[in-house]
Design a protein around this ligand. Structure first.
Ligand code: HEM
Length: 430
């Protein structure tokens, strides 16, 4: 037997034996209600960094949990394609085509789509929004802390991303709650708090051509169509007008491309920043000595703190690729067509990359975390915007309080994809 085969068989045995000893189902949405199973990820990194995981209703996949392997896969778009889906869900060719966004494209077609909007999200562009973001943050935080006891997620963390995204899209502030509700129904499609059509519990077949198999797709597509019609008669400078402009190859987006792109922005631009902020606050509540430290922090120290919050929370826990050919990773044979899942949440706690990874260190420097992905063409479009929103909102929040404490259990999203705290009751004194 060839050496490669021996390694491969041994790897599978290690995977299965250990899973038997410590059964944590990474695919089950319920697993994450009690928090991220960090011990399981640590075990996988140590014993089986490229591990085959069976799925009850899928073909199974390779779980990749080491930092450098995740970067290598993200970079190698020829071997690991995004075009067949980027979450665990397996889609038919018809579903994939109907729901394709820039995330499910590889370069060069990915580049054509991304260039339509990327200039609005550069670091310099986002720096120009700081005053606007601060103005919104002051409004949101002042209202919240005046309440004394409140749910941080509802009153603070969800407010700012929604309002800022609306400003960028050029949609009225009054439509914000509608967009948030629909965005929540998409990314929360496995949580009964956010949808009546929980994908693993209800029959969602009639929505299978909609983003996230969710009826919210219809509402968002209708809204996108109305906004496009408005811009066609009255062009503006906002993101929606940019989506309607000509791409690098001289063509315009089809209606389906436009609808899906708009919906992606609503889904990606809201919940991720919200849950990162909530997870960051939870880390601070658990470490009361950090409040006075942050109250005195310089902008540079705040930037480090925000990156540590991003690493610590790793809200988008994984993305998936599909092997386009037979290949090997760490001696493990991966066959053409296999799903390969890169666990950013694990890479961000890889002991070979981060010293004391389970220590929440707001001075960590350097901090090359992969909360926004790393190394590949799909690196988060909204990374600078999210960082700015997190820094400014948390700065304004800690500046206005003398103390804070958690006054009830936090509640976590039921999802194997997004790690989110959806309720965080707190009390502050000012
Ligand atoms: C803390 C908040 C956020 C986190 C943790 C996050 C995380 C991520 C991750 C992990 C990816 C995929 C990276 C990869 O596959 O290599 C991604 C892609 C993306 N993100 Fe974010 N994101 C956040 C905020 C935002 C915001 C505010 C927006 C937009 C307004 C946004 C828009 C996007 C888009 C459009 C993509 C797809 C990019 C592409 O395929 O080229 N994200 N994000």
């Amino acid at each position: 037997m060839a050496l490669g085969q021996v390694v491969w068989i041994q790897t599978i045995i290690t995977c299965m034996a250990s899973i038997e000893a410590q059964p944590v189902d990474l695919t089950a949405h319920d697993t994450y209600i009690s928090g991220v199973p960090h011990e399981e990820f640590a075990r996988l990194r140590a014993q089986s960094p490229v591990c085959w995981i069976d799925e009850p209703k899928g073909s199974g996949f390779w779980a990749v949990t080491k930092y450098q392997d995740i970067i290598d896969i993200s970079r190698d778009v020829e071997t690991f394609t995004s075009s067949q889906g980027i979450r665990l869900e397996e889609m038919t060719a018809e579903e994939t085509a109907a729901r394709r966004t820039l995330m499910e494209h590889d370069p060069p077609s990915h580049t054509r789509l991304r260039r339509l909007v990327s200039r609005g999200f550069t670091r310099r562009k986002v720096e120009a929004y700081e005053d606007q973001i601060r103005e919104l943050a002051v409004e949101v935080v002042t209202d919240a802390v005046a309440k004394g006891d409140f749910d941080f997620v509802h009153e603070v963390a969800m407010q700012l991303p929604m309002r800022m995204l609306g400003r960028l899209l050029g949609t009225p502030d009054s439509d914000g709650p509608f967009l948030v509700e629909q965005g929540d129904a998409l990314l929360g499609n496995t949580d009964p708090d956010f949808t009546d059509h929980v994908v693993d519990q209800a029959d969602t077949d009639e929505f299978r051509l909609m983003p996230f198999r969710s009826p919210a797709g219809y509402a968002l597509f209708d809204y996108a169509r109305q906004q496009a019609a408005l811009r066609r008669t009255d062009p503006t400078e906002d993101l929606i007008s940019q989506l309607l402009s000509t791409t690098t190859d001289g063509s315009e987006l089809t209606e389906a491309e436009f609808n899906n792109f708009f919906t992606l922005l609503v889904a990606a631009g809201n919940d991720t920043t919200r849950y990162t902020m909530a997870g960051g606050l939870k880390a601070l509540l658990d470490r009361p000595h950090l409040l006075p430290v942050l109250k005195k922090a310089s902008p540079q120290q705040w930037n480090l703190a925000v990156d540590e919050i991003l690493r610590w929370t790793s809200v988008t826990m994984h993305f998936r690729r599909t092997a386009t050919k037979d290949t090997t990773l760490r001696g493990v044979k991966i066959a053409k067509g296999d799903k390969v899942v890169t666990y950013f949440i694990s890479g961000n706690f890889d002991e070979d990359k981060f010293a004391n990874p389970y220590e929440f260190d707001v001075t960590r420097d350097p901090n090359d975390h992969m909360a926004f992905g790393r190394g590949g063409p799909h690196f988060c479009l909204g990374a600078w915007l999210a960082r700015m929103e997190l820094r400014v909102t948390l700065q304004e929040f800690v500046a206005r309080i003398q103390s804070m404490e958690q006054i009830g259990e936090e509640a976590r999203l039921r999802s194997n994809f997004i790690a989110g705290i959806k309720r965080l009751p707190i009390r502050v004194t000012t």
